[in-house]
Design a protein. Structure first.
Length: 390
């Protein structure tokens, strides 16, 4: 092993150096703690054998410096001392010493101490290698999660701004990827299909199911029961929910989901939707300047085989808004005060910005209702989807 001997007494340094070389070790010397500290910056040593009492920097303080320094490898520290007493040994241990040896040095005692050092250093090297491998795996997994997050975000729809409707949304997973998702698509010029879902649980399995459904529900036409056209859409949301419920119950997943699924008929100015365990949507009526939380309850999807779903119908006019959100918002304290963003408090927050555009409402939620620090460490996935009718 490569050993640094530290002692202000020249004869003691020479004796200890001689004994260590007889044992087959590579040895360097330092005249005090400061000299030793300088040498430790210049070369790598596996063991330091230091006298306790020295000028400039004693053995205890040198040991503390070594323990507090970010050396790449562990340095085994042996204190040489002629002092005895419980308090001295406690001080040495608190400073970070691994072993104590009597002074003057004895070759037999040094050999035993260095065998212990060899075992500890080999163990430290093994642990260091495993930690490096774990860190490498952690970095790879973290990069994969970042890539998965980017993929999930890329699947979310662009904001709408057509002659019929404007949309805006906020999405933030609690940990990289989330179980919340939403989407909308237009099978014809006069129809818009949309859904907002929240998969039970957190983490990778919830996110995988979320991403699968987000990208596939638009194409699973069997769930709709009939072609997506004006003559069928009034009853389609309840049919869709029932068929999706059967699909999840018949699959291998243990997850269930809550959902708002709807179809907007721009020609007839009608919204048809189903609520399946999702938080109650909020409706803003522009003509009367009123806000309403719609207290319709339905069964979550994938929990109960006999669940029956009912389609809700609502007419809309220019300036009306339909607000859909996941329950993740309710687990956050409002940055504006008033407690958690749930129930009556959440309704009051929306009431204060009801006249704002969909885009302005989303900006208010993400910058004023919640702080940057809250957005970085959400307790649950957060999604808000707002439709503003023209």
């Amino acid at each position: 092993m490569k050993i640094l001997v530290v002692d202000d007494a020249r004869d003691m340094r020479m004796v200890t150096e001689h004994l260590l070389k007889k044992l087959g070790h590579e040895v360097s010397t330092a005249v005090d703690g400061e000299d030793a500290w300088a040498k430790l910056q210049e070369a790598e040593y596996q063991v330091v054998i230091s006298d306790w009492v020295m000028p400039n920097l004693d053995g205890i303080e040198l040991c503390k410096r070594v323990r507090n320094a970010p050396f790449e490898r562990y340095i085994y520290f042996i204190l040489l001392t002629g002092m005895s007493g419980k308090k001295n040994f406690i001080n040495g241990i608190e400073a970070g010493a691994d072993e104590f040896a009597t002074k003057p040095a004895d070759i037999g005692e040094l050999e035993v101490r260095l065998r212990s050092a060899q075992r500890v250093l080999e163990l430290e090297d093994t642990l260091a290698q495993k930690n490096k491998a774990l860190q490498k795996a952690h970095n790879r997994i973290q990069q994969d999660l970042v890539n998965a997050e980017n993929t999930q975000l890329s699947l979310l729809p662009e904001f709408l701004d057509t002659e019929h409707i404007r949309s805006s949304w906020l999405y933030k997973p609690a940990i990289y990827v989330g179980g919340d998702t939403f989407n909308y698509f237009a099978p014809s010029a006069d129809i818009l299909v949309f859904f907002s879902i929240d998969i039970s649980g957190h983490g990778i399995s919830s996110a995988m199911l979320s991403m699968s459904l987000q990208s596939s529900l638009a194409f699973k036409r069997g769930l709709y029961g009939s072609p997506i056209s004006a003559e069928y859409i009034a009853d389609m949301p309840s049919i869709f929910a029932g068929n999706l419920n059967k699909m999840l119950l018949g699959g291998s997943t243990d997850h269930y989901l809550t959902m708002i699924f709807g179809i907007i008929d721009f020609k007839e100015k009608e919204l048809h939707y189903v609520q399946a365990g999702h938080p109650h949507p909020i409706w803003f009526d522009k003509a009367t300047n009123t806000l309403e939380s719609i207290p319709i309850n339905g069964f979550p999807i994938g929990l109960y085989e006999g669940a029956v779903y009912e389609t809700q119908h609502r007419s809309f006019s220019h300036g009306d808004k339909f607000i859909v959100y996941s329950d993740g918002i309710s687990e956050n304290e409002s940055a504006l005060g008033g407690g958690l963003l749930d129930m009556e408090n959440l309704y009051q927050h929306f009431a204060e910005i009801k006249q704002s555009s969909a885009e302005e409402m989303i900006g208010e939620i993400s910058t004023n209702w919640l702080t940057k620090e809250q957005m970085k460490s959400l307790p649950d996935d957060l999604s808000v989807l707002i439709f503003e009718f023209k």
